[in-house]
Design a protein around this ligand. Structure first.
Ligand code: HEM
Length: 456
């Protein structure tokens, strides 16, 4: 690394570094840092940890695509693995590669297309639940509603069963689990889980509950008491081409928990942000509703409808540009590296951050970046843009395995709701970012549901 220099950035407080600015300005801090210091910025997060943040597409390509072997997911993944175990999101190296190869066929397009009917049914259940509310003029909590539906869909896709039937156990455990994982991922000095603090004890209880639900699902399938052409069946049947090995129960648990949690929360947040943006842009919302009326009318959607609901997909793509649920991807250099003359040492205290939230706001690729405009994703305009400037699902080998699943599901949710309701933000409500592991609106998103006449 001789001759290479340190990345520029704010000096910050002697102890806290720039942590306080990052907390008070939220993600605006990161956008501002890149405006002030350029494409590579370094800032201190407390007394020990440093972050080097990248926005240049060539740098993104270097880290996420070209040199995957030189960067690991590092301590961020270790912290997530307290909940997810050693599944696809958190594992590394040859083990990850084998698991990815085994899981990949489950996400092929034809297989996903077979799920359209199931997804459509779950959306109808939600719409019926909304219609059957005792007081239809009362607001619904959109973030919770989206989570419930994406959870039901993930559960049926994975296990052909409804874990929400176990609502008393599963939902509260997921909530506790996520809360603690969020705290641990964001904490400067996470305490070991073995310390018997109330938080740790609640987390371990929650994880135990979820484990017992998942292990029970696996055991019943192994005993032949349940069946299904679902992801569980595919993962159980999958055999390593070289060794002929199949997954153990513990590996299945980790993969299922990963797919389940990675799959539902991100999707729910993306949808919640889309509802927020649509409520602020009635003309876009009306155009989306017109597309649904024209493509589907009143009938249930089928696989052939997904590519025809193109404007809905654009709305979602633009929502994820402004509010990418996975707002940052973090890596650690395995060996010393140099990026455009800047030193990236192999130091576990140095986080290399690629933030879609910040990259999606770079005016050189996204003119008037704060403006919500689904036309940016029209085929012509999308083709003009360079690669690696739009990353809601990541990039390179570790890109999201569930991206098509998520897009299909989200298009179906928008279509099912838009033809029945016009969701409106509760008057006077303002929306703030809460960038935890996933980016969500702080305090949720209460919305009023104005019914739409059946003719659309
Ligand atoms: C809007 C919804 C979603 C978003 C925004 C999203 C985003 C992402 C991103 C950015 C990554 C890359 C992380 C990194 O490089 O560090 C990722 C990986 C992953 N996602 Fe998603 N995801 C979504 C939905 C889903 C769904 C529905 C599933 C499963 C059914 C899923 C399963 C996974 C898994 C297993 C990985 C790890 C892949 C690997 O490393 O091999 N995601 N996701």
């Amino acid at each position: 690394m001789t001759g290479a220099r340190e990345a520029p950035g704010p000096r910050g407080h002697w102890f806290w570094g720039s942590l306080r600015e990052r907390r008070s300005e939220s993600l605006g801090f990161l956008v501002r840092m890149h405006r002030e210091y350029g494409d590579v910025v370094q800032w201190r997060m407390g007394p020990v940890n440093r972050v080097v943040s990248l926005v240049n597409p060539e740098h993104v390509r270097h880290v996420l695509v070209e040199n995957v072997g030189r960067y690991t997911k590092g301590s961020g993944a270790q912290r997530l693995s307290t909940m997810l175990g050693n599944g696809l999101l958190t594992s590394e190296g040859p083990f990850w590669m084998r698991q990815r190869r085994l899981a990949q066929p489950a996400f092929h397009r034809e297989r996903l297309m077979r799920m359209v009917g199931m997804m459509g049914e779950e959306v109808e259940h939600m719409v019926e639940r909304w219609r059957a509310r005792p007081d239809t003029s009362a607001p619904v909590e959109m973030a919770d509603e989206m989570a419930r539906t994406t959870l039901s869909i993930a559960s049926r896709a994975l296990f052909s069963t409804q874990v929400l039937g176990e609502a008393d156990r599963v939902l509260p455990s997921l909530t506790v689990g996520q809360q603690v994982v969020n705290e641990r991922v964001l904490s400067l000095f996470p305490l070991p889980l073995s310390l018997p603090t109330p938080g740790n004890r609640a987390f371990l209880r929650a994880r135990q509950t979820l484990d017992s639900v998942v292990f029970e699902i696996i055991a019943r399938r192994r005993r032949g008491e349940t069946e299904g052409q679902d992801l569980l069946a595919m993962l159980m049947e999958a055999q390593d081409a070289e060794t002929g090995e199949r997954m153990t129960d513990a590996q299945l648990r980790d993969e299922l928990m990963t797919l389940f949690i990675a799959g539902y929360e991100t999707t729910a947040n993306a949808l919640t942000w889309a509802w927020y943006l649509l409520s602020q842009h009635p003309e876009v919302e009306q155009r989306a509703r017109d597309e649904v009326a024209q493509v589907l009318g009143e009938r249930a959607p089928g696989p052939e409808d997904i590519p025809r609901l193109r404007y809905l997909a654009q709305v979602l793509e633009e929502s994820m540009r402004l509010y990418p649920p996975a707002w940052v991807m973090v890596r650690q250099a395995r060996e010393d590296d140099v990026l455009d003359g800047i030193r990236i040492p192999a130091d576990p205290r140095l986080i290399v951050a690629v933030s879609p939230y910040v990259i999606h706001r770079q005016p050189r690729f996204w003119p008037e970046p704060e403006r919500f405009d689904p036309e940016r994703f029209s085929p012509d305009r999308a083709a003009e843009r360079p690669k690696w400037v739009y990353l809601p699902f990541g990039a390179g080998q570790r890109h999201c395995i569930g991206s098509h699943f998520a897009m299909m599901e989200m298009v179906l949710v928008l279509a099912g709701v838009l033809r029945r309701f016009r969701p409106r933000l509760v008057p006077g409500r303002t929306v703030e970012l809460e960038p935890l592991v996933a980016l969500r609106p702080k305090g949720g998103l209460p919305m009023l549901l104005e019914p739409v006449a059946a003719s659309g």
